[in-house]
Unconditional design. Structure first.
Ligand code: SF4
Length: 435
């Protein structure tokens, strides 16, 4: 049977393996089409039924059996987080992190905009699992996602769990878990390098189950359908479906897809490429991710475990495509400058090192480097990596290192001062970013 991607009419190579919003074979994205807006409580309950009320112990056991890993980037097992919070001193609460500070990602916003009740159900299930009665949803006021969640909360019957929203600052760092805890506690939205994990001591010193939007949406389905059902999607190493945002040089930048069975990056991305185009590379895992040449990327399985094995973790689920006529070094420089501008300025290697790294890379991209540019880039990178108070600068360094490795031909052209004759204009999206 030939199934088509509804937005293009383009043939999908393995349609049962990939779903877009509204596709009936999807899991998180099943339901009404995107054009219908956020799904009302009546449709949600008709489609999925009510959340089953099992005991906290049983619920935690089910989530542990499902091996659900957090989908925000770090991949921490949610079951372990719940066990930590349930066993910690104090009255637990749940925080849904809807900040999605990665500009190339849209999956969490899409879930909040279209399936707010699914996300809220997941948060309720987490609260039940740890004996909590309070949920905080961090999101951005003024966006469609905020309005959809606020309206969905108003629609829900009182179920003994209080639910309120917090307007997060529009910065990348505000979504880092310790920064979010600090902000909700009334402090600055900046990462904290020391202290107990939020699951033990988070908001107001209480055990806090903090995870991203997609993770809670999965939890809502596991609580209904069980771990065996969850593990029917994905792979043995990486169970469950996963949401991916395809961005960059594609026909529909920012399209969110749900991957249900392992497909290759080529199978997922090719239906989105402009006619006759062949990308130069793909940035896997977002802006702190890994550049992979298209010739290698297209055959890689889109599986979290397998991608981590080859050194290109899927992270927050972003695939950013670089067209064949664009310079990967110039795009990397732009992203690096974005990172440098976003440093919280608390640690020297991050606040001083990233601008230096960007200045050095700029000399290379401008084709006026001296002989030792490559060595200085390497030295600067190793003087920054692992020395910040959080992992923020590590991602920037990783991006640069993978660019130097992947774009060897462009490095040679720029070092020889000939330049690469490729397009240096800005292309990948950069969101509102302030300190
Ligand atoms: S490494 Fe950078 S972002 Fe992280 S705490 Fe230090 S200054 Fe802040």
């Amino acid at each position: 049977m030939t199934v088509t991607f509804p937005m293009f009419g383009a043939a999908a190579p393995n349609a049962a393996a990939v779903a877009a919003s509204g596709d009936p074979h999807g899991r998180l994205l099943a339901g009404p089409p995107a054009a219908a807006g956020w799904e009302r409580i009546g449709s949600h309950l008709t489609r999925l039924g009510p959340l089953s009320r099992c005991s906290p112990d049983d619920l935690r056991a089910e989530i542990t059996d499902a091996c659900l890993l957090g989908r925000g980037g770090a991949g921490f097992p949610l079951g372990r987080k719940l066990e930590m919070a349930a066993g910690a001193r104090g009255h637990p609460l749940v925080v849904v992190n809807g900040s999605e500070g990665e500009p190339a990602s849209r999956k969490d916003q899409e879930l909040l905009e279209l399936r707010p009740h699914l996300v809220l159900d997941g948060a309720v299930a987490a609260a039940i699992a740890v004996g909590g009665d309070e949920i905080v949803i961090g999101a951005h006021r003024g966006r469609d996602a905020w309005d959809a969640v606020a309206a969905a909360i108003a629609e829900r019957a009182a179920d003994g769990i209080r639910c309120h929203m917090v307007d997060l600052p529009p910065t990348y760092l505000a979504g880092e878990s310790s920064a979010l805890v600090s902000f909700v506690n009334g402090g600055a939205p900046l990462p904290r390098s020391r202290g107990a994990p939020a699951a033990l001591q988070g908001i107001a010193g209480r055990p806090t189950v903090l995870s991203n939007v997609e993770t809670f949406a999965h939890l809502a389905l596991i609580a209904r359908l069980g771990p065996a059902w969850f593990c029917q999607a994905g792979s043995r190493d990486s169970p469950g479906s996963t949401l991916v945002t395809v961005n960059g040089d594609v026909r529909w930048p920012g399209k969110v897809l749900e991957v249900l069975r392992p497909v290759t990056i080529g199978e997922l991305v090719e239906p989105f490429l402009p006619e006759g185009s062949r990308p130069r590379a793909v940035l896997v895992g977002g802006y702190a991710g890994t550049w992979v040449e298209w010739v290698d990327a297209r055959s890689l399985p889109l599986d979290r475990g397998k991608l981590s094995e080859v050194g290109a973790p899927l992270g927050c689920g972003v695939l950013c495509v670089l067209g064949s006529q664009r310079c990967g070094l110039a795009e990397t420089l732009r992203l690096l400058e974005w990172f440098a501008a976003g440093s919280a300025g608390q640690c020297g290697p991050c606040a001083l090192g990233l601008p230096q790294l960007a200045a050095e890379l700029n000399e290379l991209v401008a084709s006026r480097p001296d002989r030792r540019v490559r060595r200085r880039l390497n030295e600067l990178a190793s003087s920054i990596a692992g020395r910040g108070g959080c992992h923020f600068p590590d991602g920037a360094v990783h991006l640069v290192e993978s660019a130097l490795q992947t774009f060897g031909a462009e490095v040679s052209s720029h070092r020889s001062r000939r330049g690469c004759n490729l397009d240096h204009r800005a292309y990948f999206p950069l969101g509102a970013f302030r300190r």
